[in-house]
Write a protein that binds this ligand. Sequence first.
Ligand code: PEP
Ligand code: MG
Length: 574
Amino acid sequence: MSPASVRQLRGRSLAQGFGRGAAIYLQHREMEVTRISIGADGVAAELERLRRAIEETQKDVAKTRSRIGELFGEEIAGIFEAHRLILEDSAFSGAVETAIREQAVNAEWAVHQVSRDLSERFAQIEDETLRERGQDLRDVTRYLLRRLVGGEHQDVSDIDGDLIVLADELTPEETLRLGRQDVVGFVVEKGGRNSHSAIVARALSVPMIAGVRGLEDLDLRRAEALVDGAAGTLVLHPSAEHVEEFEARAAARAELDRSQAELAHEVGKTSDGVRVELHANVEVAEEMADVRRFGAEGVGLYRSEFLYIERSPEVPTEEEHLAVLAELLKASAGPVVVRTFDLGGRKVAQEMLQVEERNPSLGQRGIRLTLARRETFRAQLRAIYRAAALGDLRVLLPMVGSIEDVVSFRRFAEEVCTDLASEGLTHRADCALGAMIEVPSAALMANELARHVDFLAIGTNDLVQYTLAVDRSNETVADYYQPLHPAVLRLLRAVSEAGAQAGVPVSLCGEIASSPEWSELLVGLGLTNWSMSPRSIPQVKLRLRQIDSASARALADRCLACESSLEVEKLLRR
Ligand code: PEP
Ligand code: MG
């Protein structure tokens, strides 16, 4: 076999950092299924593994069924009946067994193949109701694969050494799970900088690049790979010179991180002394070490939905929520802003809550889902108000579109606190309540909203998406996703002014807060409380020291008068 030649590919940077390891391609988006030849002697063991996985999946389904039954009643729990039947159906398991025997392949591959063939047959059925049963089959396949993949082999954690994962696309769940294993780099074809997968990669400090085409067809034979997240490059089968140069850049970056961490004890302020509070966005508790290391003044945004992602398909219990919140409070130097569940229509919400959406971003997301599924989210609220008695915990509502959202939530929270009081549980009912400003209607009504909440938090990731009607995770419209669009800047100014007039603090926790290029404009817009990935705090502090607030205000005025993002960009560069 001839040695594979060096390949260099370029993508866009989604998460900085350097990763060196063996490249693997994730066969499909939901679960890593790889075809492995097991040989004739491996067949018996593989059949046994399949049998155990089916048994465990049957137990999972029964457990989920009874939990859903408790929460939503028998009728909805009946959805799981079809899953039980498929798992018991000998035609299904028989076909998988045959594939294992005849092709001497691993169980995952056999399940994947049989399910794909059956799904295709389902798709051709004319009767719509029957055709839709194909979804049950896909669900069961996913559950079964999860059991198999989580079993003794086939998981990336069973491949020795550091790995670079190549994939068409990764969900936030996959990014979280893989990033916690030995994965040191991600390369995807599709993915936006503001997608939750990219946010997770940054949270875990695993480099990620997107927009690299043709990954599936690459020659990955024993491929060593180098990923430079900042430069957005992937090098496969690197030469000794590539490796040497890569190691030198990685060492220089580590040195820069070390020297910047020394700024941790200094506060954020401009050259003329305007104080800018710098807090951290946190997705998973292990980030708290970075929060302290880089000197965040508090947790400005805890994306609590990641706890649901971690526990999926189970719903986290009240005690689990409480334990995580207590840990964050203990580790944080200042307040902890916990955002209530903010997912909808996506995989976790689909599996856990049986929510199917045609247009997830515009569907039952964030506060809408919390209000629609109160029984499910009661545990989270109870934990939040209990944790509020332990420290400075503040509650933040995502996807607020109107004042009614806040009013309804307050009623729900009151009900929860009344229950806690009657059970004699220590809690705090009057902790601060804030609304995220990420929907244009909320930005335009910020004056009125400010009368109903204790603080406002601008989420520019979504505000840009909803103002410009551009899917934040869709690679093909990435050029239209323009945080510097004058329409967005006008909303930012309006919210900043509304907060100042009402005497209600306004923070900003979208990804733009992490970019030093934005710092002057934000100061100029009167926004001086930012929350960002902890690692970005030092570079933003450094940038702030070069900014004069009067010039920043003048710059903001000029930017607001621009006609396009391009014009704004030119002004900022100047
Ligand atoms: C935002 O929308 O800017 C935000 C901070 O929330 P998320 O990125 O989790 O949607
Ligand atoms: Mg958001």
